[in-house]
Design a protein around this ligand. Structure first.
Ligand SMILES: *[C@@H]1O[C@H](CO)[C@@H](O)[C@H](O)[C@H]1NC(C)=O
Ligand SMILES: *[C@@H]1O[C@H](CO)[C@@H](O)[C@H](O)[C@H]1NC(C)=O
Length: 427
């Protein structure tokens, strides 16, 4: 009797332990059985006890804010080397913004006390190691940003505690696509995980360099590189063509710029040496900063698809020409900064889509006060809400330093200076 009852208990226990494994497998997330088993083991060892890591990190000038009912904990650019303690915040944050700090390692349970997080931004740190239990407890996390770090590897098991993860950014990490990465690669390739690990590429080994994790054949990861086969094999193998550098043609916004997602999508492409507007600006980008680049010519459909854009900064470029259709589609643009460029006039039609524009910065351009400037003045008169700034004539000499408005007013009075007799003789 006694024997049978303990047998029943043991069987029940075994069932209870197996059940989550079966569930996890059925969920088809591609997260390996091996990982689930190890997680269970870990949980059992750990029991209920939580050892909060009490890093004595100073939160520097971090700030806490509330935007449309969401609590943001903002420590961007605060020179932090570790995760601020959760007690730092008066309320449990949903968004923890740690971009542009100096964090190097994410230890097990690094986010204990942050269980209510839905978004975690760790981009542009110095992270080279993520321990398997680093994200333990982040069951509500949907967005994890790890781009622009120093990761050579990431264990798929690190993702297991986050069943709700929808967005994972890993690009611009020097990933070494070795055999240990195969379960991560498989997970990223599960169709339902279509926003996990997009754009991430292998940096090593040489034969996989530049390949996307999303596309790579997981079998190749564990293939021993055969020294006899390799030397020129790479170039001649039709199945594995040496991929030319993918960024040679048009620059791509995701890889050439920094994208911040909270509280709204903002793309920072300033100071990148760009000679043209990068492709692939995220559709939900609200702000893009392209200042301090070398763009000379704004081409048609440059911002195609970026239909949520409200602020566009093109200041401090060398723009001489703006094609008529280059700003088409920017129906919601509020602020346009064209200052410090080499513009002489705005071509007819350029501004036609900008129904909601209210701020237009035009200073620091060599505006030419002749007939070519009339389109802009005409458009401004039809859009009295728009407050332009810096619209001064640089030439011809008789108008240098005068406002364009004044020039046009004089023109309309029928007595523009260039119709008076030879003003050029006087100078
Ligand atoms: C913290 O201070 C630095 C430099 O003073 C600044 O660049 C950064 O934006 C600040 N961060 C926050 C979250 O206020
Ligand atoms: C555009 O960028 C310049 C240079 O960084 C900055 O001074 C200016 O305020 C920005 N304009 C807008 C509208 O944010």
């Amino acid at each position: 009797m006694r024997v049978t009852s303990s047998f029943v208990v043991i069987s029940l226990l075994a069932l209870l332990l197996l059940f989550p494994l079966v569930e996890m497998k059925r969920a088809g997330k591609g997260r390996g059985l091996k990982g689930a088993r190890r997680k269970l083991a870990r949980d059992r060892v750990r029991g209920a006890g939580r050892h909060g890591r009490s890093d004595s990190s100073r939160p520097g000038n971090c700030s806490e804010s509330l935007e449309s009912g969401r609590v943001f904990a903002d420590c961007q650019g605060c020179r932090l080397t570790s995760i601020p303690r959760p007690q730092t915040w008066s309320r449990a944050p949903k968004y923890l913004l740690l971009a542009r700090n100096r964090i190097k390692v994410l230890r097990d349970e690094a986010f204990a006390g942050y269980e209510s997080l839905t978004s975690l931004d760790l981009q542009q740190n110095h992270i080279s190691l993520v321990e398997e239990g680093a994200f333990e407890g982040l069951t509500r996390l949907t967005t994890l940003l790890l781009q622009h770090n120093r990761l050579t590897s990431l264990s798929e098991e690190a993702l297991i505690p986050m069943p709700n993860l929808r967005y994972l950014r890993l690009y611009d990490n020097p990933l070494n696509c070795h055999c240990d990465m195969d379960s991560l690669v498989q997970t990223l390739q599960v169709p339902s995980n279509r926003n996990l690990g997009n754009h991430a590429r292998c940096a090593e080994p040489l034969r996989l360099k530049g390949k996307k994790l999303k596309r790579i054949d997981p079998e190749l990861l564990c293939k021993k590189s055969d020294p006899n086969e390799k030397p020129q094999g790479d170039q001649t193998d039709p199945k594995d063509p040496a991929e030319p550098s993918p960024f040679q043609n048009k620059p791509d916004a995701i890889t050439s710029c920094h994208t911040y997602y909270f509280p709204h999508v903002r793309v920072d492409c300033s100071h990148r040496g760009l000679t043209e507007v990068p492709a692939g600006i995220p559709e939900d980008a609200v702000q893009i900063d392209l200042s301090h680049n070398s763009i000379r010519h704004l081409k048609a459909k440059s911002f195609q698809g970026a239909k949520s854009l409200k602020t566009l900064n093109l200041s401090h470029n060398n723009m001489e020409r703006i094609d008529t259709a280059s700003l088409f589609g920017l129906l919601h643009l509020r602020e346009l900064d064209l200052s410090e460029n080499s513009l002489h006039f705005i071509q007819y039609g350029v501004l036609e889509d900008l129904y909601f524009l209210s701020k237009l910065k035009l200073g620091g351009n060599p505006w030419v006060c002749d007939y070519s400037i009339h389109y802009m003045m005409y458009w401004l008169r039809l859009h009295p809400v728009v407050r332009p700034s810096g619209l001064m004539c640089r030439s011809p000499p008789e108008y240098t330093g005068e406002s364009v408005e004044e020039y046009v007013r004089a023109y309309n009075r029928g007595c523009p200076k260039d119709r008076q007799q030879s003003p050029r003789d006087q100078t």
